[in-house]
Design a protein around this ligand. Sequence first.
Ligand code: ZN
Length: 483
Amino acid sequence: MSHRCMPLLLAALAAGPSALRAQTSDSITAADVRSRIALLASDALRGRGTPSPGLEQAARYAAREFQRLGLRPAGDSGYIQRYTLVRSRFVAESSTVSIVGPLPRRWRVGRDVYWLPSSGMAPRELTGRPVVLVGVPSDSLHAFAGTDLRGAILIQLADDRPDRPGTPMWLLRAAAQAGAVAAILVRNLPPEQFRASMAELATPRLVRPGSESFAPFPVLQMQDATLGTYLAEIGIAAAGNRPVPDTVEQIVIPETAVRLHLVERILARRTAPNILALLPGSDSTAEYVTLAAHIDALGVGRKLGGDSIYNGADDDASGSAVVLEAAEALARGPRPRRSILFALFSGTEHGFWGSEYFVSRPTVPLARMVAFLNVESISRNMPDSLAVLGKARSWLGAAVDSAAARHPELGLTVLGDLWPREDYFAQSDQQMFAVHDVPSLFFFNGVHGALHAPWDDIRVVNVESTTRITRYLAELTRELANP
Ligand SMILES: [Zn+2]
């Protein structure tokens, strides 16, 4: 044995005996990767919108594949886990916001009040104590430390200036966590802009009842001219001032309640599928490693460049192909110690409907999930690199690097988060698992001109690099499942 061979052998021994056998990923071929992406992203599936017949067709295909591989069904009914969607219309003309107390007042939604349609399903009646927040607290962890927000409706005097934080999403989440039941944002928008947004209210929309992915509770908007003026009348000094003062203040209004009466009419009920399969492990600890992607895309939409089918080849037929190919490779290999869950979620493009539902009704215990790997849009940018977001958040970061070091033949450089300011980690399914303390990683090679466009079809896909990335992710999954 020459001196030069030593480090290689040491690496093989450190990886355990399986590294001396044929590689897990031998069955992963460019032809398979290409045909899976081409099938999912074909015009026949019409962009796999949630919900749609094309999405159901994609789900049947994935379930058939999992069955063919001999994987165990991990949905509620076979490989499928179904969640409910509702098509509804908000009835602004019947909806009101009232103040009950020494100085009562009532405003109409659609005229004085805008209801943010992306915030969940409207509750019919909701009453809470008003707590006024001036400005934005700097500390997101202790934003409401000194104030009792239980059962409160938060009224935020939002700072509209372009360089200001406005109303950050974390502020709404922190308020919900502290017990607030709704929020009203007081803004100073040009009146014509405020009126124009009201027109959207009448447009029917799809909701997943119970979804909190946009906001954890109902969010409404009112103008300074209405609610701001009222608050100034009852002596809240900061109200009506523009710009909003920089000093952060939380003011509890005594002997007063805010009452929301919101009417939303259900027009139709639908369902959409997640597709879930399990490769059972041999360990008695029953821990799980999950490899996931989203199988939905944007469906059929506005015609652009002569095409209206948003095929979603890179986003995220590529990730779905990784999951299916890795499942095939791992199902053929030796039984792993930890179980491996293969998950294809739908509704991701609408705000993580499928993954959010899964974490609310997990089919394997979340507390036993030691790794969640989400793969999205990895087939176009950076053919010789793979960006991995969330490496610093858990023990998984080190495994990502060592798996890459053990497979130099793949010619892949594993990178960290190249876009920390964009917070892409929070923008896909792994966020749903990370908030439940599941160690999570996001494999994502960044945005490009075809993302969310009708020309994100098979022609943008680099099949050769996607095949190497698929092999890498199969090896990584196998290593994580064999500690
Ligand atoms: Zn996507």
